[in-house]
Design a protein around this ligand. Structure first.
Ligand SMILES: Cc1cc2nc3c(=O)[nH]c(=O)nc-3n(C[C@H](O)[C@H](O)[C@H](O)COP(=O)(O)OP(=O)(O)OC[C@H]3O[C@@H](n4cnc5c(N)ncnc54)[C@H](O)[C@@H]3O)c2cc1C
Length: 417
């Protein structure tokens, strides 16, 4: 008689959910991802993965060549300007020797699509992950493993991964109460500009080469521009961080697809050097995100359910670690469940609960520390009335990027304590 299959439901098909699907995929496992959206489009934005995560995605999961084909770029430096337009810092980022992998820049849609392909490809001995789109989950019983969909359909699984993002429904099921993400006082405009257009802007290109593989930051006291190329330098991504109150835009906007007001954005950066404002002038579609994060939760797991990614530890994007931590979570889930069927029994709620607790214990301190660092990195970049940039974007890099997977981290933590 063959062993019963291990049935896994992943709620949410974002970066965390797809990464967990890849990490858990194995023979005799049935994995279903339930995604509420129709999945027809990821947002147009650049995303950087830090070495701690790029080594998992590109190395361990073997996506380096496929991402390169889409124009992935190695980030070679942070270049930090002040609002007078002076270059204050150039921090070289060749991180391979130091951290075992590079800081990588992608188009977000490319990363998402390739994770999806890796999870669902038939070219693997393990059954392909099933992705069900337009499938919104409205509730979950953590002890029995019952998942309720908006349509009234009820599904069951031995293990449920809650990867349903910052407004997580599964977080409420795990904690027994609703925990809202907190406004951080910051909002972000995001836009993508074709590099060919920027190259016609002589004032801009006299300072910045938009095809160059580097991240440019222009730091004001309470607002900043973070700009980087993607797809082999053919597009240029800009994130413009502003205090909420200076935008006079509705604070209820938390969706990826909210439209920003172009003229309000321009007036927010009127004091910045005129070359730095050029990409903002050129931007056609401007997205707006009110940035929220979570205080550390008391737990990420209950019974058969484990929270990962933004559902567990949403953080500010000031260190580009949100998706990177989601990928670390996914790798941890894969590592702790790797030989589960030989040691534990999927049908035993207790066996599953114990593994989920071990993952939580392994991941909690690190993700919580990086959440706190992300808040620290959002503090004013200059003193009032001064243009001197007093913070360094590399301040927390040593801790953030020194990572070699969950099992090694757990061993290291045991030795230290
Ligand atoms: C301006 C900005 C810039 C950023 N830049 C970076 C960066 O450079 N590098 C980096 O590492 N991180 C970055 N981040 C953070 C990163 O985008 C997030 O941390 C990451 O996307 C979280 O992934 P996730 O899968 O946990 O959540 P999400 O991406 O939110 O995915 C959750 C998924 O679950 C689905 N879902 C939600 N509820 C349900 C439900 N009830 N039923 C079914 N499905 C559901 C959603 O539709 C969604 O697809 C940035 C964030 C912002 C705002």
């Amino acid at each position: 008689m063959t062993d019963p299959a291990f049935n896994i439901i992943i709620v949410g098909g974002g970066i965390a959910g797809l990464a967990a699907a890849i990490a858990l995929r194995a023979e005799r496992r049935n994995i279903t991802v339930l995604e509420q959206s129709p999945f027809n489009k990821e947002i147009g934005a650049t995303i950087s993965l830090q070495p701690n995560a790029s080594k998992i995605v590109e190395g361990q999961w073997g996506l380096e060549a496929a991402l390169k084909e889409q124009g992935s770029m190695v980030d070679e430096a942070f270049e930090v300007y002040n609002t007078s337009g002076t270059l204050e810092m150039r921090i070289p980022l060749s991180t391979k020797e130091r951290f075992g992998a590079e800081r990588m820049m992608y188009h977000r849609a490319d990363l998402h699509q390739l994770l999806k392909t890796k999870a669902t490809t038939a070219a693997s001995p393990a059954p392909p992950v099933q992705i069900r789109v337009s499938s919104r989950v409205i509730g979950c019983d953590c002890e029995t493993g019952e998942v309720q969909l908006e349509t009234g359909e009820v599904l069951h699984a031995h293990l449920i991964i809650g990867a349903d993002g910052i407004k997580s429904t599964l977080r409420t099921a795990v904690l027994g109460k609703e925990i809202d993400a907190l406004p951080t006082g910051l909002s972000a405009y995001r836009m993508m500009i074709p590099t060919t257009k920027l190259l016609q802007e002589s004032e801009f290109v006299s300072v910045i080469s938009p095809e160059k593989s580097c991240t440019t930051m222009v730091m004001g006291q309470d607002r900043r521009l973070v700009m980087s190329p993607a797809r082999n330098g053919s597009i240029y991504g800009v994130v413009a961080l502003v205090p909420d109150e200076s935008m006079h835009e509705s604070s209820s906007h938390t969706s990826w697809t909210t439209k920003g007001d172009h003229s309000k954005m321009l007036s927010s950066f009127a004091e910045f050097p005129s070359w730095a404002q050029r990409p903002l002038h050129l931007a056609k579609d401007v997205g707006l995100w009110q940035l929220r994060d979570l205080d550390p939760l008391s737990s990420w797991c209950r019974g058969r359910v484990l929270l990962i990614g933004d559902a567990a530890h949403a953080m500010l994007p000031t260190q580009g670690q949100g998706a990177s931590q989601a990928i670390e979570d996914a790798e941890a889930v894969g590592a702790f469940y790797e030989d589960f069927e030989t040691k534990g029994r999927p049908e035993s709620g207790l066996d599953v609960q114990h593994v989920n607790e071990a993952i939580f214990n392994c991941r909690y301190d690190r993700a919580t520390t990086i959440q706190a660092y992300s808040r620290a990195a959002a503090k004013p970049a200059t003193d009032p009335g001064s243009t001197k940039v007093k913070m360094s974007p590399a301040e927390f890099m040593e801790y953030n990027c020194s990572y070699d997977g969950a099992l090694e981290w757990a061993r290291r933590s045991t030795v230290v304590s």
